[in-house]
Design a protein around this ligand. Structure first.
Ligand code: GAL
Length: 418
């Protein structure tokens, strides 16, 4: 009798756990998992504001903020690759427009086209054509840009420049002149945090843009211009010289820690995308044009190195309709205008509310319209992921060894995969 009772209750509990499990799974399936690398200082405020707005609009959709820490997707991209290969994609994920989206996920047949969403939302003339092109392959549009970051910005500590009577450099000659003077006074001229090596690649690609101009820079990544070009060598030499003016502990800092040196007046300048502005303002509580200033990286005035964060719809997700709802909020004027003022970027849409942006944002929107554009390598747009990984490795070795020839040879090897 007892055995029978036990068997019966076991069967029941088995039943229970099965039904619990299946309803649990259903819940899992319905959960909207938003995958990005926006965690922590300077990174997550914009995302949280966007998620909050989405929650107001769709209170019944459960959202999971599945962010994986690490600047420029250092760790997130690897986690994402494993999930995509295992056919277990997040509902939607952060991906840079350009090659990171197109050569990795579209080419592998892992993304759904979103042309119908663009039509339905009337977006075709609301995003700049250049941007739509970056997220399109053969007429199909595969993601929605939430922002445009500018990569070629030199940030500087105003007090240091004022107190030392220095002019902010606009050429590399001026940069080295200022750097010498600062060094003589015991002030670190340039802050670097290359614990994650992309930050050094970020500086290097800025120098390439300066020396080659957008056409030459683009030709490098399309394989039309060889890395044997003398301007590449000149860029490498300038980059190498810049490295002699950075903080000694650069390899133990990340981009926030390096920006902090400028914020606190321990270093005079850093070259970073405008997510640094989000960090200065939101986290360090600094004021634009009072505590810190900004100019294009030397010799890149009139050029705009584009970094665009976008989100798409992976194939095979169960909650595609909810994902589209999220994308429609992310692509709306309201969505872009809660996200970008906090993130430091400008809206990807052309019809955003300018009054929501500070002077940096307003200047950058103007610059975007009037500049020659170039896609960032360090932030996924210019070349396939495999090339970027090799360039990051080569840059990392160059930072310690400063061997120009070895570096150019490594770049040439990386370029074979273009
Ligand atoms: C970039 C990304 C930015 C910012 C930055 C630092 O690749 O596009 O949104 O997050 O990395 O992590």
């Amino acid at each position: 009798m007892l055995a029978l009772f036990l068997a019966f209750s076991l069967a029941l509990s088995g039943c229970n756990s099965k039904s619990e499990k299946s309803s649990g799974n259903k819940k899992e399936e319905k959960k909207l998992e938003i995958f990005s690398w926006w965690t922590g200082a300077g990174e997550e405020d914009g995302l949280l504001a966007l998620l909050e707005l989405f929650k107001e609009k769709y209170p019944d959709i459960e959202v999971e903020n599945a962010a994986v820490a690490g600047g420029a997707g250092t760790n997130a991209k690897a986690v994402l690759a494993t999930r995509m290969q295992g056919n277990n994609p997040p509902s939607t994920f952060q991906v840079h427009g350009g090659q990171e989206l197109n050569a990795s996920w579209v080419a592998a047949g892992k993304m759904e086209p979103l042309n119908d969403l663009y039509e339905q939302e009337g977006w075709m003339d609301k995003f700049p054509k250049d941007l739509i092109d970056m997220v399109s392959v053969d007429g199909n549009i595969y993601s929605v840009p939430v922002n445009i970051h500018r990569s070629n910005v030199l940030w500087y500590n105003k007090k240091i420049f004022e107190e030392n009577n220095l002019q902010v450099p606009t050429t590399f000659d001026e940069f080295f002149d200022v750097a010498e003077k600062l060094k003589a006074k015991g002030i670190t001229p340039l802050a670097l945090g290359d614990k994650e090596p992309w930050t050094a690649t970020h500086i290097f690609e800025n120098v390439l843009l300066a020396k080659l101009g957008p056409d030459g820079y683009n030709a490098l990544w399309s394989g039309e211009l060889s890395f044997d070009d003398p301007k590449v060598k000149e860029s490498v030499e300038i980059f190498g010289k810049m490295l002699s003016y950075v903080n000694e502990d650069h390899s133990s800092r990340n981009w926030q820690d390096a920006s902090q040196l400028v914020a606190k007046g321990e270093a005079a300048m850093n070259i970073m995308g405008d997510w640094a502005k989000g960090y200065f303002v939101n986290d360090m509580k600094l004021k634009v044009n009072e505590d810190f200033g900004y100019v294009p990286t030397p010799e890149t005035d009139g050029y705009f190195m584009v970094v665009t964060d976008t989100f798409g719809l992976p194939k095979g997700v169960k909650n595609a309709d909810d994902v589209k709802k999220f994308l429609s909020v992310l692509g709306s004027v309201e969505g872009q205008d809660v996200f970008n003022p906090l993130k430091g970027s400008i809206p990807a849409r052309i019809d955003a509310d300018m009054s929501k942006y500070d002077q940096y944002g307003k200047d950058t929107m103007e610059d975007f319209k009037n500049s020659k554009l170039a896609p960032s390598l360090a932030h996924g747009s210019a070349a396939p992921e495999g090339v970027l990984t090799r360039v990051n490795q080569a840059v990392n070795i160059f930072v310690t060894q400063k061997d120009v020839k070895q570096f150019i040879d490594a770049l040439k090897t990386a370029a074979q995969d273009l």
